[in-house]
Design a binder for this molecule. Structure first.
Ligand code: IVH
Length: 676
């Protein structure tokens, strides 16, 4: 039975909910956090404990964002106003035609006012708020009826549970937006899926849609999804005059809005702005395939009305995709560190969007079969945004009959061991325990940037050192001698010394990087960070039981089992001890247990974006910023405090100037730290 609740406790719960929601907004919408993750977690757990103890859970409590038990199927939701699609424009003439049509219908005295926004490539969602609280979230479906995905959408941290501080909260309002996944997140997710032997997603849109349409909302919760709100459906008790005014209201109400929203008069200015968005789109963290142009005035929108499925008052301008056609010269299988074999295509080199593309992953055999891809085929290859190249389709007309399929190999291409494909699994896996490809991949992973970060120990050198018998396991890295290196073809005095120095420098990793470096099945960077936050020393993980790991919020059964398996295997523990004997000393700044309460740090609450080459590797500088309480973001926005400019800066510098954001050098950063 919950205890009886006092006024003080009720007030504390209310304040915690309010504060946590505000910090969530600072972090996920403004990208400018005010408090550290640790402090957030402390407040969160305090709230969770009070809620459990006193049985009072407010409807907008952040504890309600975690996944709920899986459903059998989604319920249906009828949209009060239909959710329409958009007509497309592919040229400036199409845009001028659009403007002319509108003028013909409205016969205005002056040029039409439009808004321009990037078109987000994700999944359209309608959020219904009743008396200010999130009540329902639904997919577009057929435009009239969609699926109830409320529990899933709640897990997206930038979706407000409650409309923010606006003067008049509408009685009921349908807010529309796009749920999307950042390109970097999409690539990370795919890497992780490949590692686990799950099929990768073809593009960020599929990844976002697949993540929202999950019957198990804890899966949605584990994906980092974002939202951009751009439209209003039915609204009771609200009166917006224009799209631009509505967007301003959304901002005040703490909703995330598109990265760019411009209000412009006349189609010429619109075209100019669309061009600018087109130039800038490679710098966006998300994928965009166009811009959406809307008549700004809602009265005029109403007057124009709609066609069968699209409004007359809006159009989507589609940027030309970076596409090319080329021939698949060969298909091969590459073996990852967990033995998963991934097919990849080798192309006749082709230039697409300014880069030469000569190979691309084909993801897995199901995907290859679905697209009917064979060796010798002529294919359309696309690079959308910054996304790695991708085979879109086969040009069947070009087939000669000599094309060859590439079935799942029976034997591993690297070691000749048997390849198995378990029932229901998409991945084909090499079972060879000592498969050289797996061994080498594990070493490459261990030394890689996000892991031990040993410069000079990339794919090529690992291959060389392995082939010469100098390293058979990552432990051997720390046994390398300069004299051994000097005997190798690619190594002279300086390069040998550099590698030895880099290895020496890597001997004091953080616990989170070290755990990640171990390459434990299912344990990526994020899970490693969580583990380091909860276990002070590596030894605390020795002989750990899955249940002890499951205490950590966000860690599920699979990871817990895998971590426990790893740390109960005596051979593994022996390896770890050997590493210690070789001089490895692990530090753990992430451990949350010892530092209760808030410590202030010199860069607390400040957001930095880096452009150009700095005197130190970028990830080191980012770590420095984060360790001092700052936040290192990837793209410049209004919430950026400083842009850190190195040599040969990119377009982020221009954006900073446009937005009037302070720019500083690496030396300035050091001064900034020293001064405080
Ligand atoms: S307005 C009546 N604005 O594009 C038109 N849509 O192809 C309502 N989309 O279903 C849509 N970014 O899912 C609008 N800034 C934006 C958008 C956007 C992406 C999507 C939306 C829509 C689809 C139409």
């Amino acid at each position: 039975m919950p205890e009886k609740i006092s006024e003080d406790i009720r007030n504390e719960i209310e304040k915690l909910v309010k504060d946590l929601n505000y910090h969530c907004y600072r972090y996920y919408v403004l990208d400018s956090p005010l408090i550290s993750d640790k402090e957030y977690d402390r407040l969160y757990f305090r709230l969770k404990r009070l809620e459990e103890q006193y049985g009072l859970v407010l409807p907008d409590s952040p504890t309600q964002r975690v996944g709920a038990p899986p459903l059998d199927k989604f319920g249906k939701v009828k949209h009060t106003e239909p959710m329409l699609s958009l007509d497309n424009a592919f040229s400036w003439e199409d845009m001028e035609e659009f403007d002319k049509r509108i003028k013909r219908l409205l016969k205005p005295d002056e040029d039409i006012e439009y808004t321009v926004e990037p078109k987000y490539d994700g999944l359209a969602i309608e959020l219904t708020y009743r008396n200010g609280l999130l009540y329902k979230a639904s997919t577009r479906g057929d435009g009239y009826e969609g699926e109830d995905v409320t529990r899933n959408i709640r897990t997206i941290k930038s979706v407000p549970m409650k409309i923010g501080p606006v003067s008049a909260v509408p009685e009921e309002i349908d807010i529309r937006g796009e749920v999307y996944m950042d390109i970097s997140e999409f690539e990370k997710l795919n890497e992780e899926r490949e590692r686990k032997g799950e099929p990768s997603f073809a593009n960020p849109r599929n990844a976002a849609a697949g993540s929202v349409r999950q019957l198990d909302s804890s899966i949605t919760a584990s994906r980092r999804l974002h939202l951009a709100c751009y439209g209003v459906g039915s609204a009771k008790g609200a009166d917006f005059r224009s799209q631009f005014e509505f967007i301003q209201w959304l901002k005040k109400a703490r909703f995330p809005v598109p990265a760019v929203v411009k209000e412009l008069k006349g189609i010429d200015k619109v075209i100019q702005t669309v061009r600018e968005i087109g130039d800038k789109r490679k710098d966006f963290s998300f994928e965009t395939d166009g811009a959406v142009i809307k008549v700004n005035d809602f009265r005029l929108q109403k007057q124009l009305g709609m066609k069968t499925r699209e409004p007359r008052w809006a159009i989507a301008y589609k940027f030309a995709a970076h596409q090319g056609t080329t021939k698949i010269l060969d298909i091969q299988g590459s073996v990852g560190r967990t033995g998963v074999i991934t097919p990849f295509a080798i192309f006749e080199p082709v230039r697409i969007g300014g880069v030469t593309v000569s190979r691309s992953t084909l993801h897995n055999w199901d995907e290859m079969k679905r697209k009917d891809i064979k060796i010798g085929d002529t294919v359309v290859v696309e690079r959308a945004g910054d996304v790695i190249p991708h085979v879109m389709s086969v040009i069947k007309e070009k087939r000669t009959g000599r094309e060859k399929p590439f079935p799942v190999p029976e034997r591993c291409p690297a070691c000749g061991s048997k390849v198995v494909r378990e029932q229901g699994e998409v991945a084909a896996r090499c079972v060879g325990l000592n498969c050289p490809a797996q061994v080498q991949e594990r070493i490459i992973h261990f030394a890689s940037r996000g892991a031990m970060d040993i410069e000079g120990l990339g794919e090529k050198n690992v291959e060389l050192l392995y082939s010469k018998g100098l390293i058979n396991h990552f432990v051997d890295i720390f046994k390398l001698k300069k004299d051994d290196l000097l005997k190798l073809p690619r190594f002279a005095e300086k390069s040998s010394q550099n590698l030895i120095d880099a290895i020496e420098k890597s001997k004091h990793p953080t616990l989170s990087r070290f755990i990640y470096a171990l390459g434990i099945l299912h344990v990526g960077e994020y899970a490693s960070k969580l583990l380091a936050g909860n276990f002070e020393k590596l030894e605390d993980l020795y002989h750990i039981k899955p249940d002890d790991i499951l205490q950590i919020r966000q860690i599920g059964d699979k990871i817990a089992a895998s971590v426990s398996d790893f740390f109960t295997d005596n051979k593994n523990l022996h390896t770890l001890d050997e590493l210690k004997k070789l001089g490895l000393r692990i530090v753990n700044p992430d451990f949350a247990g010892k530092s209760r309460g808030r410590e202030t740090k010199p860069l607390d609450g400040l957001t930095f974006v880096i452009t150009g080459t700095l005197p130190k590797p970028r990830n080191e500088v980012e770590e420095l910023v984060e360790s001092l309480g700052g936040h290192a973001a990837s793209s410049v926005s209004k919430s950026t405090d400083y842009v850190l400019v190195g040599e040969n800066p990119g377009s982020k510098l221009e954006k900073a100037k446009d937005l009037g954001i302070k720019t500083i050098s690496y030396e300035d950063l050091l001064m900034l730290i020293a001064r405080q």
